[in-house]
Design a protein around this ligand. Structure first.
Ligand code: 0WY
Ligand code: ZN
Length: 373
C-alpha cells in the first residue's frame, strides 16, 4: 500500500480551495494543515503531549541539523525520529537543501552535491541527493522531501534555469536512492524561481517523475507577495488534484489564507515559534509585542478569543513579566499560543471551505487582523 493516501473531500465553490485528509502510517489529519516546525527533533519549548493538546497532527524536523548532530544512525538506532522524540503522530523531514544554502557558509554546489562547512564546528561536510535520502530513511519520517536547490532571490533567468534543471536531475536520483517507498512518501519539489516558463517547465518535469505529493519550493525567499501569488497561480494548476500540495516556508496568517485559496494543502513555517520566543504573539485583531511596556498592567489574556492553555490561565501582564525576567515559561506560553492560533486558523479555514465561503472568511479575517484587502 502506498506510504500515504490523500482523500479529496470537497472543493470550495467560492474559491476552488480544497478540503482533504491525508492518511500516513502514523495517523491521519485534515487539510489544509499548518505543520509546526521542530528543527532538532523537538518543537522548541513544547513537549509531545502539549503538541497533542493543541491538536497538532504532523510536525517537521530537519535532515540538515540531525545529519550534523546527533547523526542519523544514532536516531535510526533509537527507533527513528518517532522513537527518539517519542512522537507517535506524523512527521515530515525537509531534505536539508534549503538549510545548507541558508545556514552554512557554502563552499560549492556541483552536479554531485553540496560541500559546506558545518555551522556547529566549521568542519567540512558533503550532502548529495543520495546522502539526504539515506539520512531521511534513517530518520524514518512519514513524508520526506527531495534534495533540491532553492534558487536565491533575486537570481537571473539563466541561473534559475540551470538550478531548476539540476533540481530535476537530483529528484530522479532521490527517487532511485529511496529505500523505503512503501512506508515513507517522497515528495518532489517544484522550482523555477519567479520565472513563469521555468515554473511551468519544472512542474512538468517533476510531475512526470510521479511522486505521491508535491511541494512548491523556491518561494517565501524575499520575493514580493504579489509574485508569490502569481507563481502559485501558475504552478498549482499543473499539479495533480489527487495528491497533496505543500507550500514550503509559508506561515503568516495572510499567506496561509492566500495559499489555501490557490489550492495549497500543507504549510510549514518557523514564524510562529520564532516570533513567539521573541515575545510577539498573534491575536484575532493583529500581532502584539507582549513584552512591550504598554502591557505591564494589562490583566487580559494574550487573545481574549483564544481557547489555548496560555490564554485561559495567564494575563499579558504576567507573560510580559516572564519575558522581562528571561523566564523560560514566557517563551513556552507565547509559543504554545502562536501555534494554537495558527492551528485554530486552519480549522476555521477548513470550516469556511465546508460552507463555500472562504473568500468571505478572508475578507472578515483580513479586516479584523488589520491586513490590507
Ligand atoms: N527543501 C526546501 N525547503 C524550503 C524551505 C524550508 C521549509 N521549512 C523546513 C523546516 C524544516 C525544519 C527546520 C526549519 C525549516 C523554505 N522556507 C522558505 N521560506 C521561509 C521564510 C521564513 C519565514 C519566516 C522566518 C524565517 C524564514 N522558503 C523555502 C523554500 C524551500 C525550498 O525551495 N526547498
Ligand atoms: Zn491562546
Amino acid at each position: 500500500m502506498p506510504a500515504i493516501r490523500y482523500e479529496l473531500i470537497k472543493t470550495c465553490k467560492q474559491s476552488g480551495a480544497r478540503l482533504g485528509r491525508i492518511h500516513t502510517p502514523h495517523g491521519s489529519f485534515e487539510t489544509p494543515v499548518f505543520m509546526p516546525v521542530g528543527t532538532q527533533a523537538t518543537v522548541k519549548g513544547m513537549s509531545p503531549d502539549e503538541l497533542k493538546e493543541i491538536d497538532a497532527h504532523i510536525i517537521l524536523s530537519n535532515t540538515y541539523h540531525l545529519f550534523l548532530r546527533p547523526g542519523s544512525e544514532l536516531v535510526r538506532d533509537a527507533g527513528g525520529l518517532h522513537g527518539f522524540m517519542n512522537w507517535d503522530r506524523s512527521i515530515l523531514t525537509d531534505s536539508g537543501g534549503f538549510q545548507v544554502f541558508s545556514l552554512s557558509d557554502l563552499r560549492d554546489i556541483t552536479e554531485e552535491g553540496v560541500t559546506f562547512r558545518s555551522h556547529i564546528d566549521g568542519s567540512k561536510k558533503f550532502m548529495s541527493p543520495e546522502i539526504s535520502i539515506k539520512t531521511q530513511n534513517d530518520l524514518g519520517a512519514d513524508i520526506i522531501m527531495a534534495f533540491d536547490e532553492c534558487a536565491p532571490y533575486p537570481c537571473d533567468f539563466d541561473y534559475a534555469r540551470k538550478s531548476m534543471e539540476m533540481t530535476t536531475r537530483w529528484a530522479k536520483r532521490c527517487k532511485q536512492a529511496h529505500a523505503r517507498p512503501e512506508d515513507q512518501a517522497l515528495f518532489g519539489i517544484v522550482q523555477g524561481s519567479v520565472y513563469p516558463e521555468l515554473r511551468k517547465e519544472s512542474a512538468k518535469q517533476i510531475t512526470d517523475l510521479d511522486f505521491p505529493g508535491y511541494a512548491v519550493g523556491g518561494l517565501s525567499v524575499g520575493e514580493p507577495g504579489e509574485v508569490m501569488k502569481e507563481m502559485l497561480e501558475i504552478t498549482v494548476p499543473l499539479l495533480p488534484a489527487d495528491k497533496p500540495r505543500y507550500l514550503m516556508g509559508v506561515g503568516s496568517p495572510d499567506y496561509l489564507i492566500e495559499g489555501v485559496i490557490r489550492g495549497i494543502d500543507m504549510f510549514d513555517c518557523v514564524l510562529p515559534t520564532r516570533i513567539g520566543r521573541n515575545g510577539t504573539v498573534f491575536t484575532s485583531s493583529g500581532r502584539i509585542i507582549v513584552r512591550d511596556a504598554k502591557y505591564a498592567r494589562d490583566f487580559s489574556p494574550m487573545d481574549p478569543e483564544c481557547d489555548c492553555y496560555a490564554c485561559r490561565n495567564f494575563t499579558r501582564a504576567y507573560i510580559r513579566h516572564l519575558f522581562k525576567t528571561g523566564e523560560i515559561l514566557g517563551l513556552r506560553l507565547a509559543t504554545w499560543h502562536n501555534l494554537r492560533f495558527l492551528i485554530n486558523l486552519m480549522s476555521d479555514i477548513r470550516q469556511a471551505i465546508r460552507e463555500d465561503r472562504l473568500l468571505d472568511f478572508r475578507k472578515e479575517f483580513f479586516t479584523r487582523f488589520g491586513y490590507p484587502l
